[in-house]
Write a protein that binds this ligand. Structure first.
Ligand SMILES: [Zn+2]
Length: 376
């Protein structure tokens, strides 16, 4: 019997099942053929009625890889950069993370850790760990170091503060990750950011559910996970337009406080609507004519995979990240191009995957290209 990885209750039937989906959303390919040949897996999401945790019971941890070719950088967007700036200000000025050694688990290209170390007067040092990191291993005059590897018991580091953003949803056993951090840095405060499962289900966003995210939390299940791993949660709040949860905790006694909330009911309602919504999207894309999708990240890759698996409705995807331009979307093989190429390629409409970026994208569109409205 499959059990909930968080509370060990028997798993319910999946509310969502997608077979043969690309296991990667953020790993682009050098050629279309390579993109089409990327590994596939099964997404079978269960929403635990006992604790509210959402997990893929068919997840195979040997399939996704986060090495070269994986790029989840979002800080090139002004809206996302402003979000990182605001979190850095909060940590240093409100939470007093100063004169501290900060370990960032899954630091990507280090954009957030650099902000915490460079913050005026904060006097912080940092170590970032990420297998997809591409920059120098020492930076900021030796105040910053990076290691190209997955965080695990063998590389656990002592720290005053541990930061971990958009990582725990990629981990099949989140309790093991939290217990590893707790053992490695027994006095450290921890700061985590992860998508809010309730936001995805309530807004009914099918492209926010994909293979890389095998573990999704609501505010209650996130706090419960930290409690079980030996933390006292001092706060969980919504950030970034309500899409993400921001959790703060300090070491404490291990205790379970299950608070399932509405997630299981929201999942049932989502399942009823999802098929019709994807069908409406196919019709909408066909009716738009020449259309590009802005954002070759997980949302764009999942929309393409769900609504245009044959690559006939979406002309291409646009991304401001130079590391993705000229490459191909995993699973469907759609081309990824720079914004400057939009005008020459003859598309009339651009579809924006995340409404938080709508204003900045509208300002970058060439004459004759309009933002497409969303289908309902
Ligand atoms: Zn559970």
């Amino acid at each position: 019997m499959t059990r909930c990885p968080l509370c060990a209750a028997p798993a319910p039937h999946p509310f969502l099942r997608r077979d043969s989906v690309p296991v990667h959303q953020n790993r682009t390919a050098a050629t279309r053929a390579e993109a089409l040949a990327m590994p596939r897996g099964t997404l079978a999401l269960c929403a635990c009625p006992a604790c509210g945790f959402v997990f893929n019971r068919s997840f195979d941890p040997t399939l996704p890889g986060y090495g070269p070719g994986y790029d989840n950088t979002q800080s090139l967007s002004p809206a996302f950069a402003a979000h990182l700036d605001s979190l850095a200000r909060h940590l240093t000025e409100v939470r007093g993370v100063r004169g501290a050694h900060i370990v960032e688990v899954g630091c990507g290209q280090g954009d957030f850790l650099r902000r915490l170390v460079a913050y005026p007067g904060a006097d912080n040092t940092g170590t970032g760990l990420d297998p997809s990191y591409r920059g120098p291993v020492q930076d900021a005059g030796g105040r910053l170091s990076f290691e190209r590897r997955l965080y695990g018991p063998d590389c656990a580091r002592p720290a005053d503060a541990v930061v971990c953003r958009h990582v725990i949803e990629h981990v099949a056993d989140p309790l093991a990750l939290l217990r590893t951090i707790r053992a490695a840095a027994p006095t450290a405060r921890v700061f985590f950011e992860t998508p809010d499962a309730d936001w995805i289900l309530r807004q009914c966003v099918p492209w926010d559910l994909f293979y890389e995210h095998c573990s999704l939390f609501n505010a209650g299940s996130l706090a419960d996970a930290f409690g079980r791993a030996g933390y006292t949660v001092t706060g969980v709040r919504h950030v970034f337009g309500g899409q993400y949860l921001w959790l703060e905790a300090e070491p404490g006694p291990a205790a379970a406080h299950p608070a399932p909330g509405e997630t299981a009911a929201l999942a049932t309602a989502f399942a009823v609507r999802e098929t019709a919504l994807v069908a409406a999207w196919r019709a909408h894309l066909a009716q738009l004519g020449r259309v590009a999708v802005w954002g070759a990240g997980a949302k764009g890759a999942t929309l393409a995979s769900l609504a245009d698996p044959q690559g006939v409705l979406i002309d291409f995807l646009v991304d401001i990240n130079p590391a993705k331009q000229g490459r191909y979307l995993p699973g469907t093989g759609h081309a990824i191009v720079a914004p400057a190429e939009l005008a020459a390629r003859g598309v009339r409409h651009v579809l924006v995957m995340n409404p938080e970026y709508r204003a900045e994208i509208a300002a970058m569109l060439p004459h004759g290209v309009a933002l497409a409205e969303w289908a309902d």
